[in-house]
Ligand binder design. Structure first.
Ligand SMILES: Cc1cc2nc3c(=O)[nH]c(=O)nc-3n(C[C@H](O)[C@H](O)[C@H](O)COP(=O)(O)O)c2cc1C
Length: 228
């Protein structure tokens, strides 16, 4: 969670300026089962930028975990966490703490891979904390096809949650089949670095805006099923 560590030094009449660094944190989820696959390459490119910018990073490989899907029991509404006590419940406090979330998925049959979808369905559904203004960034990694559909699929978790999306110079994809092949996708990797820089900028801008203006007014949620 962003903490403004500096003391206000210049009073402009409108905005107090903070001289010191913002302490910010990004949670990275690698949806691939391969620890040294092409998702890992794209994420490593982003991590270089985060390190240079002094952003704290926690990266979790979720694609190699045994994770089941949501069973719609709604137990989370009373427990405040998922009834299946696995990696999802371990991720929940890390996500709550984070100012930004990066999710990378290998494309499997034109979609995000099943393990990652199971994690994200349950993580976003079971966690009661406010996700508004945490910044999201998604990456789809494939041999050849299905990246834009997968990118759209992943962004849906962010955009239903009030999370602004960091974008780059293209729809976030990296190409490669065998582990390491994405090393040759110079444009994809450059885009990964750009997305990371834009994400840092957004996180900092949002933290300062929260201090300065506060969060926007929120109405009580209207939740209809179109029939009643
Ligand atoms: C089950 C399965 C389905 C796949 N489906 C697609 C696909 O629809 N389109 C594609 O371009 N590549 C597909 N691939 C290739 C992977 O997306 C590609 O190898 C990618 O680099 C994997 O990322 P990783 O190395 O991070 O695991 C598939 C691979 C597997 C194992």
């Amino acid at each position: 969670m962003a903490v403004l560590t500096g003391t206000p030094t210049i009073y402009t009449g409108v905005v107090d300026c903070y001289e010191e660094e913002l302490q910010m944190k990004v949670l990275i989820l690698n949806g691939s089962p391969r620890t040294k696959g092409n998702c890992a390459l794209a994420l490593a490119e982003m991590e270089k930028v985060f390190a240079a910018e002094g952003i704290e990073v926690e990266a979790v490989q979720v694609g190699n975990k045994a994770v089941r899907g949501c069973v719609a029991c709604n137990g989370c509404t009373t427990k405040g966490k998922c009834v299946f006590d696995d990696v999802v419940n371990e991720l929940a406090p890390k996500f709550e703490e984070a100012d930004g979330l990066v999710v990378a998925s290998p494309v499997y049959f034109g979609s995000a891979n099943a393990t990652l979808v199971a994690v994200l369905d349950r993580l976003f559904y079971s966690t009661p904390f406010d996700k508004t203004f945490k910044v999201g960034a998604a990456f789809a990694v494939a041999r050849r096809g299905g990246t834009t559909a997968t990118f759209d699929e992943l962004n849906k978790y962010f955009t239903i949650s009030g999370m602004p999306v960091a974008s780059g110079t293209y729809w976030n994809n990296v190409f490669g089949r065998q582990p390491g092949e994405a090393e040759g996708d110079a444009e994809g990797l450059q885009n990964a670095r750009t997305v990371a820089r834009n994400m840092v900028f957004l996180m900092k801008a949002i933290a300062l805006a929260k201090e300065t203006y506060g969060l926007p007014e929120r109405e009580e949620r209207v939740f209809t099923h179109f029939i009643h």
